[in-house]
Design a protein around this ligand. Sequence first.
Ligand SMILES: *Cc1c(COP(=O)(O)O)cnc(C)c1O
Length: 350
Amino acid sequence: MEFNIASIVRENIKSMSPYSSARHEYAGIAATFLDANENAFGSALGVNYNRYPDPTQLKLKAKISTIKNVPVENIFLGNGSDEAIDLLVRCFCEPGKDNIIVCPPTYGMYRVCADINNVEVRPVLLTTTFQLDLPAIENCITPFTRIIFICSPNNPTGNTIDRNDVKYLLNTFNVLVVVDEAYIDYSTEAGFINELSRYPNLVILQTMSKAWGLAGLRVGMAFANEAVINFLNKIKYPYNINTVSQQLILEALDNHEVVNEWIALTNNQKAWLSKKLSALPFVQTVYPSETNFLLVKARGARKIYTLLASRGIIVRDRSNVILCDDCLRITIGTAAENKQLIQTFKSYDA
Ligand SMILES: *Cc1c(COP(=O)(O)O)cnc(C)c1O
């Protein structure tokens, strides 16, 4: 399969001219900026945010480039990786005509973004071991399929998706294969970032929201072939990452050590929690997890959810999700939070 990006980008996106911001048009060094209708006097704050942020986010991208070992041209930054998901759908899927494939149970935003844009969603269930059903995917692909979304490690099942299955899709179909690696920092397996140069149709999503602990700043990353990145940049809001987020993420990227400590802590707590939960008589399965959460199958999951909530502990009730009957998704907390969780679980009368 020879990937042909021009054949899958929407015609209007190909032909349109992007918005050209004041900061785009003048890139030199100047002392006096009278081009963007900003307030020249300052901000209604002790700190000044009166200037628009860098629309190209070059400093931040340069640092991410070093850390991830990916050229700047292959990096897109979004207002959370959710923005990248939305832009991918809008860039490649013609409303009312094209479709995407998702593999439930999985992250809900792929479908939401498609629904908003009137793009057909063709779901292909994961197998009972939460792996890709390749023959079913193959059957489901149409000439109008533009994107296959794969989440690995998968939310809410916690497992990674078989690497060779993803490669098969990448090698076989003229579609974008998006691998959402929001939880890759917790995984013992390598992600796909080192495969970027091999697959022009591969898009990898990562985020600052989970292991880095920066969900409130809303910064996510997409890594892909330069042609794909250029189209995403063409249609994003010019100032999609605000000044504060750009500055703080730049700072945070120096603190990799504490992130690694948290990952180790999370994995220790996950093992402890998994052991304790497995010992409870009404818990049927604690699924293996390469993430910072556990999927737990328990008799009376909905009731347990309600009990926990009544004690002020909120977990995610997934019991109505396909292939997740009687399942709760539980984020790994601090040692104290996890102890409290187990105490409350123990008071449940199945
Ligand atoms: C949490 C999560 C995200 C969220 O990303 P943001 O960068 O916070 O928008 C994306 N994908 C999956 C699978 C997630 O679980």
